[in-house]
Ligand binder design. Structure first.
Ligand SMILES: [Zn+2]
Length: 215
């Protein structure tokens, strides 16, 4: 096995026991499967491998981009990858215990599919304690997403135009419910949502507040 593989930048073999690779992030030892399986651990994809909970987000993305042999090729696996990345970015990923790599995302708690693609996500009333940036980074770009409810999920952050614009909104996205959270922002920024062409319902009630002031 070639030691120059990108995976070796993040894991090592103990001299006392050369049968496994030790993860440099979580110190978990992966037995068998070599560096490919280890990269699956880092990337959160692959067969028969647990996802790393401590890998840095940029490293995970780097591994996912590099390891074409382990990364998903089908579109539904793209959905799965985004959902797993979202889960692992949470302060407590265990809240979404049914969201597992190598499982059909259509069976994840709160997820509904149409023709094997994620079309609806409802995580309302789960104390996710997350920043809106995670939502725009991972969920809003799900290609076939039509409905998203994160009502009462302890969602924080400022809905700046940058936060909205940084994402490529699903062309199908019609409903977003962000009520009963701790979001703030200004109404003028929310107009940046015009990029979400199909959007017809946005609930921001009972948040910290949205000012109409120009910046
Ligand atoms: Zn790890």
């Amino acid at each position: 096995m070639a030691k120059r593989d990108i995976g070796w930048e993040y894991g090592f073999v103990e001299s006392s026991d050369e049968t496994g690779i030790v993860c440099g992030f979580c110190e978990k030892k992966m037995r068998g499967g070599g560096v490919t399986r280890f990269k699956g651990h880092l990337a959160g994809v692959g067969n028969d491998v647990t996802s790393c909970t401590k890998v840095l987000p940029d490293v995970r993305l780097r591994i996912q981009a590099s390891a074409t042999s382990i990364s998903a090729t089908s579109s539904s696996s793209e959905d799965s990858k985004l959902l797993i990345s979202f889960k692992l970015a949470l302060q407590n990923p265990n809240l979404l215990s049914t969201w597992q790599t190598n499982q059909d995302p259509c069976y994840f708690t709160g997820v509904i599919c149409k023709t094997s693609r994620v079309s609806s996500i409802d995580l309302s009333s789960i104390n996710l304690n997350l920043d809106f940036n995670l939502v725009s980074s991972y969920l809003l770009s799900l290609q076939q997403l039509e409905r998203l409810s994160l009502k009462k999920t302890n969602l924080t952050g400022n809905l700046t135009s940058a936060a909205w614009k940084s994402t490529s909104c699903s062309e199908m996205l019609a409903e977003i419910d962000l009520a009963e959270n701790n979001l703030s922002g200004s109404i003028s920024d929310i107009s940046s949502l015009s990029g979400c062409k199909s959007l017809r319902f946005l609930n921001l009630s009972r948040n910290l507040g949205f000012s109409s002031n120009q910046k």
